[in-house]
Design a protein around this ligand. Structure first.
Ligand SMILES: NC(=O)c1ccc[n+]([C@@H]2O[C@H](COP(=O)([O-])OP(=O)(O)OC[C@H]3O[C@@H](n4cnc5c(N)ncnc54)[C@H](O)[C@@H]3O)[C@@H](O)[C@H]2O)c1
Length: 415
């Protein structure tokens, strides 16, 4: 069965990822496209042989489109998602679903019982090394410390050296102006009309870049509280402490001009360390790395499972997960939307903390994310069973007794 896909927004990420990945996969047909730039629409139509639509609404209403990809700037996401749901389409929507919780709540309501798949583009969670990490991580009670980071250089450095992107010059100025004004209004609805520009920028970084990390972190470790947060350098440098009860997760986001993309999660247990690293999403098929280091009393080993995985995480989400409904597995709005609600909630909390430059505790406006009650307790660890401490024992080593159970081997003999 071929799934007929319609893409709205044909900019950088569509050209670098979604279009070529869809074109490479026989299960999908790029049936229709739409962009506010006529020259870009014509260029992509010619290249991929797709029908064009004068606007997003016409594409959504196209009876010959089964699934809509929403790849426009963030401020349009919520409206287009609502519209696509009205039309009863499957939807792939780039992150973030929207820019504030108020926009999301009606979408969650609307999504209840929605029969089709709605999938949010948090691709890091679908990289195979991440799925392996989920399987191999011991019980949450064994985690002692977590580091999460996005230390990056923006896309142009990488894109300029790898793949051409068609940059149109005919987007109507009124569309650009309206987009800027709506984006600012949506951001300021959260951080306040008088918030300094750095706080607005910080919130944008958190909803854009950081939401990937929060999504992965929450899936791996459950829901934390925001303990403290601070932003510097005009919102381009953000540090957050997340409180998980018996351990802290430290998050750092820095965007500058040092050409590297260092994103990942390190989980430290007493005798094991798990490290996952993602490279820039702007170059397809760069490896995602998973390294596991285990230490006994006398030796330490680092291995991976697999150490490298040469497949873009985009491919894993784009295909086949978004339309898994048609292919046997189902990811529904009910799952995606509450996750996004959490992300926006956490992001708002972080922004407020960062804005104030103060640590934060407890509830904020009664929002779920601030309740301080992690739904994933150490005992359930997100529904996964406890793994025994003995899991940490490397081959040929004496059993270990950690502080939380298991058996500790004999102490080192005197030197
Ligand atoms: N998952 C990821 O890692 C990742 C990476 C990059 C971007 N993104 C997300 O993808 C989305 C697009 O990002 P981008 O970098 O490609 O932006 P972009 O500005 O390069 O592309 C957006 C495109 O949408 C078009 N557009 C604007 N208004 C439109 C409308 N009303 N109808 C149709 N088209 C319209 C623009 O002309 C432009 O071509 C953003 O939401 C961004 O957050 C996700």
């Amino acid at each position: 069965m071929t799934i007929r896909v319609g893409l709205i927004g044909l900019g950088e990420v569509a050209q670098l990822m979604h279009l070529p990945l869809l074109a490479d996969d026989a299960r999908y047909k790029i049936a229709a496209i739409s962009d506010v730039s006529p020259s870009l629409t014509a260029h992509i139509a010619q290249r991929y042989g797709a029908r064009t639509h004068a606007n997003a609404e016409a594409l959504i209403d196209d009876k010959n489109v089964d699934a809509v990809f929403i790849l426009t700037p963030d401020h349009l996401h919520a409206d287009l998602l609502a519209r696509a749901m009205d039309a009863g389409k499957h939807v792939f929507i780039e992150k973030p679903v929207c820019l504030n919780v108020e926009q999301l709540l009606p979408l969650i309501e609307r999504g209840r019982g929605y029969a089709k798949t709605i999938f949010v583009g948090y691709m890091r969670r679908f990289a195979r090394p991440f799925l392996e990490l989920k399987k191999r991580l011991p019980a949450l009670s064994e985690v002692q410390h977590v580091r999460v980071r996005d230390l990056i250089c923006e896309a142009p450095f990488f894109v300029a050296q790898t793949r051409p992107v068609f940059k149109p010059t005919d987007v109507p100025p009124a569309v650009i102006d309206e987009g800027r004004a709506r984006t600012q209004a949506m951001l300021r609805a959260v951080v306040g009309a008088d918030a300094p520009a750095a706080v607005v920028r910080g919130y944008q970084v958190l909803t854009g870049l950081s939401s990937h990390s929060f999504s992965a972190m929450r899936e791996l470790l459950g829901t934390p509280k925001v303990f403290a947060a601070r932003q510097c350098n005009g919102g381009e440098a953000i540090a957050v402490l997340f409180d998980y009860g018996h351990f802290t997760a430290v998050y750092e986001a820095v965007t500058n001009h040092v050409a590297r993309f260092d994103s990942g999660i390190d989980v430290l247990c007493d005798r094991a360390m798990f490290k996952i690293n993602y490279d820039t999403p702007y170059i397809r098929h760069l490896p995602t790395r998973l390294e596991i280091t285990r230490s006994g009393d006398r030796e330490t080993t680092t291995d991976g499972h697999p150490v490298l995985w040469y497949r873009t995480p985009f491919r894993s989400i784009g295909l086949p997960h978004p339309f898994a409904l048609l292919l046997g597995r189902r990811y529904t709005h009910r799952k995606a939307a509450p996750r996004d609600r959490y992300h926006l909630g956490a992001v708002r909390a972080v922004t407020k903390g960062a804005a104030a430059g103060l640590g934060m505790r407890g509830r904020l406006n009664g929002d779920q994310y601030q309740s301080g009650k992690s739904r994933d307790t150490p005992e359930t660890h997100g529904g996964r069973p406890h793994r025994p401490a003995v899991w940490l024992i490397a081959k040929n080593q004496a059993p270990i007794t950690g502080p939380r159970g298991g058996k500790r081997g004999p102490p080192d003999p005197p030197a």
